[in-house]
Design a protein around this ligand. Structure first.
Ligand SMILES: [Zn+2]
Length: 54
């Protein structure tokens, strides 16, 4: 499964969300950890961090 497990408490001791952008197709994802696979284009490990959201 390519599902990010969202743990809402005590993850890394922090609560920082980041914006991830797929370098291949430009899809945007939000999450605490880097998506492993792009749901839009299927590329693996194509996400780059765009910005951090607090
Ligand atoms: Zn993509």
């Amino acid at each position: 499964m390519d599902y990010n497990i969202d743990i809402f408490s005590n993850y890394n001791g922090g609560d920082t969300m980041a914006i991830w952008k797929c370098a291949n197709c430009g899809a945007i994802r939000e999450g605490r950890c880097k998506p492993r696979k792009c749901a839009e284009c299927g590329a693996s490990d194509s996400f780059k961090k765009e910005e951090e959201k607090k």
